[in-house]
Design a protein around this ligand. Structure first.
Ligand SMILES: [Zn+2]
Length: 432
């Protein structure tokens, strides 16, 4: 993994301000690990006491064998606490977990769960401020500063993405372009007309923007002002990142956060060194646990990401199991100067893990393998079918002439350890 800051490129390297890295909150972002540990213990004890005041949560903790918040005297005691799950959020729908009176709530967001009962996160005024602070740190880390135009492409609504960016823009003093999702032509026009420097979207939307730019009848295939792309809620490979960066001449950042932690950006983003996501350690405690046993795993090993919030008021979370798979890359001070730990990009979901022909794998590995084949384009399908408990994988890819099914099959077999079914389609023809 590279750990080198790119400097000096005319369209990149804007993270340096008078030769110094931009920070939103330098004091906190560069705090020593010892100081952070003290902040974390204090925050954990405070959050736990707050959770304990809620009858629903207290019953839940008691039913799982935890009886007294005073028992938590050190950070090591965290592992004694029971986990909180997505199902718990659904059981607590809509506001059973809230620790504040209804009149202290200012906003909520929700994500629809696969079972149909949504997961709700409610915010007090301070919670909204905490969210904005986390987002402002992410923006500064991506090289954005007051006055820069920022286009928000996630939807404004119950989903947290649009409003999270908005609260962050307000805090960071950015010029907010609240485009919301869809209408690619208008997105491009807005970016050009308002000299947009940064934008946020899901990464799978970017190929649509590129396609529109490539086909622009005016012959203008560029968005000259754009420098920064911030992508959330989907995993993407280094290869995909490189293709987007090279085509749009931007630097890509991977932002992290979910409804249950308080939304986009709350659990950090990668920095210009691109060697992991800095999780805001003064706001959350990160653990990696074995997805099967729940036991903590050592730094460097893959497992399920578990978060504990330290400052949130309305619905603090204690040991929330995210189902995301990752690992802690390092707790050492980063090349960017930040001391907050670095989490690897999300490899997959515990519920995505598949066993195909005796091999464990995550769908993202297919994307990574495909992007390594020269001539294979961003458009591809991964079809998973499970019949009688046996999973079959079909991979259809779009590729330039010269890329054969044999080449794709050979590479996938080498990289995945099994051979998916699939076809190669010439560019522009849709797989049926
Ligand atoms: Zn860094």
């Amino acid at each position: 993994m590279k750990n080198v800051l790119r400097q000096g490129d005319a369209r990149r390297g804007d993270f340096w301000y008078n030769g110094r890295m931009k920070f939103w909150n330098r004091e906190v972002e560069t705090m020593s690990r010892d100081q952070l540990a003290a902040v974390q213990l204090k925050g954990l004890q405070k959050s736990l006491k707050r959770v304990w005041t809620n009858e629903w949560s207290r019953k839940l903790l008691l039913s799982r064998g935890f009886g007294n918040p005073e028992d938590v005297k050190s950070l090591d005691d965290l592992a004694k606490l029971p986990f909180l799950t997505k199902d718990d959020f659904r059981d607590a729908y809509p506001l059973e977990m809230s620790t504040v009176p209804r009149q202290d709530l200012r906003e909520f967001h929700q994500s629809s769960g696969s079972t149909g009962t949504p997961v709700v996160m409610a915010y007090t005024k301070n919670d909204l401020n905490q969210w904005a602070e986390c987002m402002a740190r992410c923006f500064a880390m991506a090289g954005l500063e007051a006055g820069d135009a920022f286009q928000i492409m996630p939807t404004f609504g119950l989903f947290n993405g649009g409003f999270g960016c908005y609260h962050g823009c307000r805090k960071a003093g950015l010029f907010c372009v609240p485009a919301s999702s869809g209408n690619t032509e208008r997105q491009i026009k807005l970016m050009r007309d308002f000299h947009v420097k940064g934008f946020c979207s899901v990464v799978s939307y970017v190929p649509r923007i590129i396609e529109k730019l490539d086909a622009d009848p005016s012959g203008n295939h560029d968005i000259p002002s754009i420098r920064v792309g911030i992508f959330g809620s989907e995993t993407f490979s280094d290869e995909m990142r490189k293709r987007i960066e090279d085509r749009l001449h931007i630097e890509c950042f991977d932002i992290y956060g979910m409804t249950e932690t308080g939304g986009i950006g709350t659990t950090g983003q990668d920095c210009p060194a691109h060697c992991g996501i800095h999780v805001w350690d003064d706001q959350y405690i990160t653990e990696i646990v074995d997805p099967v046993t729940g036991a903590p795993v050592p730094d460097g090993e893959y497992g399920e990401v578990v978060f504990t919030s330290l400052t949130r008021e309305a619905m603090p979370i204690i040991r929330y199991r995210t189902h995301d798979i990752s690992r802690i890359v390092s707790r050492d001070t980063c090349a960017c100067g930040r001391t907050h730990l670095r989490l690897d990009r999300i490899t997959g979901r515990t519920d995505d893990m598949l066993i195909v022909k005796g091999v464990n794998f995550y769908p993202r590995q297919v994307e990574q393998a495909l992007m390594e084949i020269p001539g294979v384009k961003d458009e591809f399908q991964i079809i998973l079918e499970t019949r009688h408990g046996i999973t079959d994988v079909t991979v259809n890819v779009e590729a330039e002439p010269g890329v054969t099914g044999h080449m794709v099959a050979k590479h996938l077999r080498e990289r995945l350890g099994f051979l998916p079914k699939g076809e190669v389609f010439p560019i522009g023809r849709e797989a049926e």
